[in-house]
Design a protein around this ligand. Structure first.
Ligand code: ATP
Ligand code: MG
Length: 356
């Protein structure tokens, strides 16, 4: 079952209204917004409310596949169309016929494939690779991106004609920090959802003072980050601990949140010379001002090793992503890890593009 679109803010209510208006028109929709704001949730809601809900909802992530694979996934291929095409395969345009095709991360679609996509959207016809036959397709195209497509068009990275084809109805989801009213209902929803999943069952609502601090936080990873915090609370049973970890997880934004009346220092490798400043690096992981008894209790080599390696990994991943303009396939290649591992680590460490 798909996730309901939770929220009571004006912007979410407006989006819900727009969804019910658009759901049965099948006009192309472009959903924009930062990472984790709920673009896929909105796409699923559009589908669920439409007459197409009894047909397929087919998703394709345009950023996750290399160009040639993306093309064959979209349009399918005939036997012998290329080396390795041992048998004919149906593409997403065909699987999604009469249903919805969700083009996720459309901003990452290579330019070379954009013209073919435009042609299919205009004509409603496509031909699989290696075939000279045209097939009719009736799909409702919903696209999503966290790129600013206007910028991409200015840089000639995204075709204007395709943009206008996709952008008939635009749904822009604001970041969570601009609709803080949604935070309490999202917390409530996810606590209820996870109660049965987590045997520790620590799902207690935050006290009003904690809730206020949670609402003050900037949530660069948006709803996904909040959702992960709730999962963590299910296990740790401490909202204070979660609150305390937030600025450390997003050092760039830490000055904006005050925890216990003090703003936390941001972490950067330059500030912490491993070789010359040993006490400072230890103080990153344990509170050196506590009594030695408590201090020794907190020092566990295994735990600190994990915390340190996570932090270095996070820093390196963020650094490389930043260098390659947040192109995840390129970053994975540079880091010599699989794309899937990179996505997993980005989600685990909550690494997301900087807020513009
Ligand atoms: N309004 C909402 N109500 C309930 N859950 C939400 C809402 N918005 C987002 N979520 C949850 O947050 C997570 C991220 O949402 P989603 O995958 O739709 O974001 P996205 O905008 O597509 O992110 P990305 O750009 O990283 O792909 C999901 O687990 C989703 O269920
Ligand atoms: Mg998404």
């Amino acid at each position: 079952m798909s996730t309901p679109l939770i929220g009571v803010s004006k912007s979410i209510l407006k989006i819900k209204e727009l969804i019910s208006h658009v759901a049965n028109t099948c006009l192309n929709v472009l959903i924009t917004g930062e990472t984790g704001v709920g673009k896929e949730v909105v796409a699923q809601s559009l589908y669920a409310e439409s007459v197409r809900s009894s047909k397929n909802f087919v998703k394709i992530n345009c950023a996750a596949l290399p160009e040639t694979l993306l093309e064959s996934e979209l349009y399918g291929f005939e036997k012998g169309a290329f080396t390795g095409a041992h048998k004919k395969r149906q593409g997403k345009f065909q699987t999604a016929d009469k249903g919805v095709l969700f083009l996720d991360e459309i901003g990452d679609m290579p330019l070379s494939l954009q013209s073919k996509m435009l042609h299919v959207l205009q004509s409603g016809e496509f031909s699989p690779l290696g075939s000279d036959q045209d097939y009719k397709t009736d799909v409702w195209v919903i696209a999503a991106t966290n790129h600013n497509l206007e910028d991409s068009m200015a840089k000639k990275m995204f075709r204007e004609d395709l943009f206008y084809r996709l952008n008939i109805i635009k749904i822009d989801i604001p970041p969570l920090r601009e609709r803080k009213e949604d935070i309490p209902s999202l917390i409530e929803y996810y606590i209820r959802l996870y109660r049965s999943e987590y045997p520790e069952n620590h799902g207690s609502k935050p006290e009003p003072d904690i809730l206020e601090k949670l609402c003050q936080y900037t949530w660069p990873g948006n709803v996904r980050q909040l959702q992960n915090c709730i999962k963590k609370q299910m296990v740790l049973n401490s909202w204070e601990k979660i609150l305390d970890d937030l600025p450390r997880e997003h050092p760039d934004l830490s000055p904006q949140i005050q925890i216990n009346g003090q703003s936390r220092e941001s972490y950067s490798l330059e500030n912490h010379e491993f070789a010359n400043n040993r006490p400072s690096i230890i103080s990153e992981f344990v509170d050196l001002s506590t009594s030695s008894e408590k201090l020794f209790e907190d020092i566990s080599l295994k735990k600190i090793k994990k915390m340190a390696s996570d932090r270095v990994e996070k820093e390196v991943i963020g650094f490389v992503l930043d260098k390659v303009g947040w192109n995840r396939s390129r970053a994975a290649k540079i880091l010599k890890i699989s794309y899937k591992t990179l996505l997993y680590k980005m989600s685990e460490f909550e690494v997301s593009p900087p807020v513009k």
